[in-house]
Structures are given as structure tokens and as C-alpha cells.
Design a protein around this ligand. Structure first.
Ligand SMILES: Cc1cc2nc3c(=O)[nH]c(=O)nc-3n(C[C@H](O)[C@H](O)[C@H](O)COP(=O)(O)OP(=O)(O)OC[C@H]3O[C@@H](n4cnc5c(N)ncnc54)[C@H](O)[C@@H]3O)c2cc1C
Length: 285
């Protein structure tokens, strides 16, 4: 997977989620078609909370490869799967031609604060990474990193040690949680380098589409919303198009800063919409 980020190139990638209705699934393929023009290094397909999209994620990954000829990264979490079930799922992904796996632990069920693995399942993403590297060596493996520290981490240091472990056990590339202040990312990248994490670190960005939506998302993943950005969004309180324009401006500025700081690529959480990301990439061109 590291080869996707060769020096002198920028690896764009776009993350979609499996929608509920057949209509929305078709619309999502349309979005991917539009995004394909930007020649992404892959499209990634998320794995629903609690394993709710186990089969659908793979079917979508298959269709994206077939319809658009793009490489895919299938997300997978340890939630609700025994080791044998993990092996079956990965075997199926391999047979479908999936190139990479985003190897994650997953979140505890809503309302709970502690992750409890199923009997015979994995406790941490690092265990899943080691398993994939050993049993399915052909997959590229992406792992998650947290510029603002994972919310359950005992300390920032232990969170970073965990990331280092994931890379040493076979993680090829680190993809970060969303963030809205580049300084958080740059400090995180420095700290990773200082403790010897050598894998490429790709920032993950979610363009703000509305204040309400982003307040909900950031409260779930505990990412900060800079006051300046909130202030700009509040000035367009009753104007959805105005809020989206602010979100696009902010994300384009983030991209410019990150590219100037030498990131190897940018992973966009596109939420199955092409419009915002298309406008952002047009500004960067
Ligand atoms: C790029 C990206 C994509 C994502 N895609 C999805 C998705 O498709 N579906 C989904 O449900 N969720 C997804 N998530 C969310 C992710 O599942 C959650 O953030 C989850 O809470 C942690 O997953 P992880 O893989 O980072 O876990 P881990 O790396 O296992 O870390 C979880 C926590 O355990 C701690 N920890 C790890 N190892 C140890 C140890 N040995 N001892 C003590 N503490 C330890 C870590 O510090 C951290 O606090 C994604 C996140 C990112 C950043």
C-alpha cells in the first residue's frame, strides 16, 4: 500500500459508506463515478457499526472495482466476529479482488464506553493487523491514527505506542481521524516521527457541510471544532449553501496547508457526496 504514495505524487482517496436503500446505493455509484475523474489511489468502503454491513460492504467494493475499474480498500472491524468469521470475510474479500483492508477495532455499542470483544475475537486493531499480515499477506493494510488522541486511550503516549505497534505488526499506511486544525495533525506527525513510526501518514478530512451535522459528528469522535470555524458557520445560520461554502473554504485551506507541509496524500470522508470535494480539488488544481 505504501507504493500508492511514491515521492512526487499525491495520493487522493475517497471514503464512502454503504447506504440503506437501493436508490441511495445507485446514487453512491454515481458519486464514485464523478470522483473517479480525480484518479484516486483507491475508494474505501466503510464497515457499519456493529458489523451491520458485513456483506454489503464487500458487494459495494466488488461493484466499484467492476464498474469504475478503481482499487478498493474495504474497512473491517473486530466487532462481533470470531477469528474464524474474520478469516472467512477476509477470504471472501481476497477472492473479490479487494486490494487493501482498513484494519480497525471498531467502537463499543452506543451507550457503552468499553469495547468488549466476542469470545474468540480480537481485542485491539493490532491483533487484527497481525492476523491479516500472517494469513493474507497480499493485502495492503491501513490503520487508524488520532491527531487529537483516541477517546479511550489511557494517555497520548500509550495511544502513540499502540499506533507504533500496529505499524510494526504490518500496518502499511496510517490514515487519520478527521481534524479541523492542521496544527493538531502536524504535532501528531512530529510525535510519530520522534517515536520511530516510519509509515506514511495520510490526513483524513471531512469537509463541513453544515454546522449541525459537524457538531454531531465531532461530538461522537471527540474532534475539536475551532472557534473561528464555528463563528464563520454561525454567520450563515439560516443559509445551508452559505454554510457549505464556508466548509469548502476551510477544507481547501486545510488541504493547501497540508500539501505545503509535504503530506503524501489526503483521504476525504466524502459522505457519499461528490460536490464539496469536487470544488475543493478544483481549487487545488
Ligand atoms: C481512517 C478511519 C476509518 C474508520 N472506519 C471505520 C469503519 O469503517 N467502521 C467503524 O465502525 N469504525 C471506523 N472507524 C472508527 C474506529 O473503529 C474507532 O475509532 C475505534 O474506536 C478505534 O478503532 P482503532 O482501530 O483505532 O482501535 P485500536 O487501535 O485497537 O485502539 C482502540 C483504543 O485502545 C487503545 N489500545 C490499543 N491497544 C492497546 C493495548 N495493548 N493496551 C491498552 N490500550 C490499547 C488505543 O490507545 C485506543 O484508545 C474509523 C476510524 C478511522 C480513523
Amino acid at each position: 500500500m505504501k507504493h500508492l504514495y511514491a515521492p512526487g505524487t499525491i495520493g487522493w482517496s475517497f471514503e464512502v459508506f454503504p447506504p440503506k436503500s437501493a436508490e441511495a446505493v445507485e446514487a453512491m455509484y454515481g458519486t464514485v463515478g464523478e470522483l473517479a475523474r480525480h484518479r484516486p489511489v483507491f475508494i474505501s468502503v466503510t464497515y457499519g457499526a456493529g458489523g451491520s454491513t458485513r456483506d454489503q460492504s464487500l458487494e459495494i467494493a466488488r461493484q466499484i472495482r467492476q464498474r469504475h475499474g478503481l482499487a478498493v480498500t474495504a474497512h473491517f472491524t473486530c466487532v462481533g466476529s470470531t477469528r474464524d468469521e474474520v478469516r472467512d470475510w477476509l477470504g471472501q474479500a481476497e477472492r473479490l479482488g479487494v486490494e487493501n483492508i482498513m484494519a480497525l477495532r471498531g467502537d463499543p455499542p452506543q451507550g457503552e464506553t468499553r469495547f468488549v470483544p466476542v469470545a474468540g475475537g480480537f481485542r485491539f486493531a493490532s491483533e487484527l493487523v497481525a492476523f491479516i499480515r500472517q494469513e493474507f499477506p497480499r493485502f495492503g493494510i491501513g490503520v487508524a491514527g488520532y491527531p487529537e488522541v483516541h477517546q479511550e486511550a489511557v494517555s497520548p503516549e500509550s495511544d502513540l505506542e499502540n499506533l507504533k505497534r500496529k505499524v510494526e505488526l504490518g500496518g502499511d499506511v496510517v490514515y487519520t481521524q478527521l481534524f479541523y486544525d492542521n496544527d493538531d495533525f502536524l504535532r501528531f506527525r512530529d510525535r510519530c516521527q520522534r517515536i520511530g513510526i516510519g509509515a506514511p501518514i495520510v490526513p483524513g478530512l471531512l469537509p463541513v457541510l453544515s454546522l449541525k451535522q459537524i457538531q454531531r459528528i465531532t461530538s461522537l469522535c471527540k474532534a475539536k471544532l475551532p472557534e473561528r470555524l464555528v463563528g464563520r458557520l454561525e454567520r450563515h445560520a439560516d443559509d445551508p449553501a452559505g454554510q457549505m461554502a464556508v466548509g469548502i473554504d476551510h477544507c481547501a485551506e486545510q488541504c493547501q496547508g497540508l500539501l505545503a507541509a509535504g503530506v503524501p496524500g489526503i483521504h476525504f470522508y466524502v459522505l457519499n457526496r461528490a460536490d464539496a470535494v469536487r470544488q475543493i480539488l478544483a481549487r487545488l488544481d
